[in-house]
Each structure stands twice: as C-alpha cells, then as structure tokens.
Design a protein around this ligand. Sequence first.
Ligand SMILES: [Mg+2]
Length: 323
Amino acid sequence: MTSRTDRALGAVLGSAAGDALGAAYEFKPAVLPPTPIEWKAGGPWERGEWTDDTAMAIPLLDELAAGGDLRTDAALGRVVTRWLGWAHGAKDVGIQTRKVFGALERQLGRLAGLDAADDPGHVARLCRAAAAQVHDVTGRSGGNGSLMRTGPVALGYLGDRDAVAAAARAQSDLTHHDADAGDACVLWSLAIAHAVDTGEIDLVGQLGALPEARAEVWRERIAEAEGLQPHEIKNNGWVVAALQAAWSAIHHGDSLVDVLERAVRAGDDTDTVAAIAGSLAGAKYGASALPRVWVDELHGWPRERATDLETKVLLVGRRVSDL
Ligand SMILES: [Mg+2]
C-alpha cells in the first residue's frame, strides 16, 4: 500500500532511477525480451548515475523546496542560472538545450556590464527569447528535454490543477518554444499530480487542460501509443514520440520496475524515455516499489544521492501541501 508521501517521492526517485537504468543503453538499438535489462555502468556513466534528465530536474525541485514559484520569472531565472552552471561541466547536454544556452550566454555576455544575473527575472526572459530564436532558426524545438525534467513540478502545486499546468508550461517554455513540448509537460504534470493524490493513473483525463483542437491531437497520439510497444515508436528524441513511448511502457507495464524496463527497451533515447515514464509511474507505484539496491546506488550531479532528493521532496511537501 502506497502513501501520498511515497507516491510524491516516487515521482522524483522513479524518474531518477529510470534515467540511471537507461543511461547504459542510450543511443543503442532496441533491446527485446528475453534479453534482460541490467542495472549497470555504460558509456560515461557509473552504475546508478543519473544523467541530464535528473540533473535538470534538480534545480526545479530545489526552487520549489526553497519556496519559489515556477510561475514567476524570478524563480525561473534562478533555475536557468543553475542550469548554466551545470551545463559547463556536464557529461551530456541535449542538442536543443545546448543551442538555447549558447544563444543565452552570448546575450548575457553582451550584458555583462549590467550583471544580468542580479535580475533573475531578466535571465528567464532572455532564456525564453533564446528558445524562440532557436525555434525560428532551426524551424523546430520539439525535443524531449523539457518533458524529461518536469517530474518535480506537480509536487509544488498539488490540489491546484491550474497552477500545475501553468508551472509545467512555464518551465518548458524556457528552452522549448514548440507548443507540443509545453502541452506534453502540462499533460504529464497533471497526470503526476492526479497519481500522487489518488494512486491512479489517468492521462486522457488531463486533456481538458489543453485547447480543444490540441486536446484532440493528443487524444489520438495517446491512443496510438497504447496500440504500440515502446520500441515500435520511432524518433523518441521528439517530445511527442518520447511521451508516447513512456505512455506505452506505463500502459503495458504492471509494476514500476516493469515500466522502467519496458521504457529502456525502446532504444535510442532510453534514459529520457525511462525518466519520463518513471516520473508518472513512480507517482502511482511509489518510491517503495524501487529495488533497494537501485535507491542505494543512485547518484549524480550535483554530488547528490537518493537521500538528498528525498529530503527535498519532503521539504516541498511541508511547504505546499500535507504530504
Ligand atoms: Mg539523459
């Protein structure tokens, strides 16, 4: 039996565990049964080490734990400043996010005399403008990089659907100008809030938060995903395919570990699909559904472990709700 607190912890730890489980399989072909999915090191990643997905979620979680409101540019600007610090030493930064940060830093460099970092609201506005610029130049900005980090957002606004939706889209818009990315974050965050509150997963039930025409598009995408296995959904670096692959894993899975393994089997952007799946599945099954050894070995930027994430989630709970 899961408690509301266990499920809130699950939204963050489930995502981090999926991230670390998938890290060793990133950019590789699909892995189908009966080949087991192993908790192991791979590429630049140690066993149990989370990647950019969790690293970018942590400043969002920290901001909520400190009492910040992700619907404000001041809070978002503080998050962006921490992302920039992380990105300089990071082992991996997503292509689209790297482009946005590059454009932002050129802009901040021009403003160095004004010390833009003293005005976090201005940093947030510049970051959104850089995201729009990348969208205009490349013609696309629908990467999965804002959905992968959205796991903690709902925890700051449990019981307030409008606030969950607004905060989810606001954090997405910082780096991902494409409406699909914002829509995906809104749907997923509302589903996480619902799962923490009820122990049930209901993604279709969140479609009412989108404009009617967008809701219909997403209704079809969700239905399509339910008819496919994660590895049958191609191009999962795209936010729509990443959500579909994660949803397929959840729809077909029957435990948190099963969901995460199904997500990793998708191949390609395995850690991100599993991080996305883990945030919602973790909010249903709870952190207690994770193997103890995974939780014990989880670690990553900024030199933190699962216990640090747990402390922050509980702090958010104390600040904003009755977890
Ligand atoms: Mg990653």
